[in-house]
Ligand binder design. Structure first.
Ligand code: SAM
Length: 229
């Protein structure tokens, strides 16, 4: 039976885009939109300020955030559900101590706890019907004093369209249900590859701004969650 609540973003083909296929069917997105050739600036800020403990990078993609964390002294486990992404990370970052693993963020199979959980543009990549399971699984993997950094697209006239852009009320509701307390919320910018989404921008009539390096500036939430004790 068809689920009427499933949208085109819920069906995004992450494995496909790492193989040069289109990420979604309504537009040509055949280059990796989050490949900016360096760690996300907003993630870099978080990593520089954090306690250098055990870190889980969920949906690590090409592994540049995980590599940055490793270089800064974190003990890093990085997971992704796209085998192509993990293959890439194992090849490119093989000389690091990072534990890369193929795993679904909603049911990782991991049996360890983390002090920092990093979600860099993954929450909105998970189908909406699976997001509560995701928050629950991250809660299971969190130490009592862990920080869960969740960076996800926010609604904005210069941002991604809904439902890819997430209402803060949704995150607050799922946090509450899954025993997370919101510590802070701020608006940040997630950078992306402008060329990769040019057809998407045209077809969806978007007005996304770029920075001096030609990278897209995507308005996002940075929510810090703490375990509710
Ligand atoms: C928008 S990309 C962000 C990649 C990386 N975190 C970054 O900021 O560069 C989302 C990533 O999450 C992965 N992903 C999507 N759903 C996932 C799931 N259920 N479990 C694990 N990874 C997932 C995708 O394969 C993709 O690599």
């Amino acid at each position: 039976m068809n689920n009427p609540t499933i949208n085109e973003f819920d069906k995004a083909d992450f494995q496909g885009v790492y193989e040069g296929k289109t990420l979604i069917s309504s537009a040509e997105i055949t280059a990796v939109p989050w490949d900016i050739g360096r760690p996300q600036p907003v993630v870099q800020d978080i990593l520089e300020k954090g306690q250098k403990n055990r870190l889980l990078d969920v949906g690590c993609g090409l592994g540049l955030n995980a590599k940055q964390a490793n270089d800064l002294g974190y003990q890093v486990t990085a997971i992704d559900s796209a085998s192509k992404a993990i293959e890439h990370c194992l090849n490119v970052h093989q000389k690091t101590g990072i534990q890369f693993q193929l795993a679904n963020a909603c049911d990782t199979g991991l049996n360890e706890k983390f002090d920092i959980i990093l979600d860099s543009a993954v929450y909105h990549s998970i189908p909406s019907s699976d997001r509560s399971a995701y928050m629950k699984e991250m809660r299971r993997l969190a130490n009592d004093d862990a920080e869960f950094h969740l960076i996800t697209f926010a609604p904005s006239q210069h941002g991604m369209p809904k439902p890819l852009a997430i209402e803060l009320s949704e995150i607050i509701q799922l946090a509450e249900i899954n025993d997370w307390a919101i510590q802070s919320v701020e608006r940040v910018t997630y950078k992306g590859n402008a060329g990769a989404i040019s057809d998407f921008q045209k077809k969806k009539n978007l007005n996304i701004l770029t920075d001096e390096n030609g990278l897209t500036c995507l308005p996002s939430w940075h929510v810090i969650l703490k375990v509710k004790i």
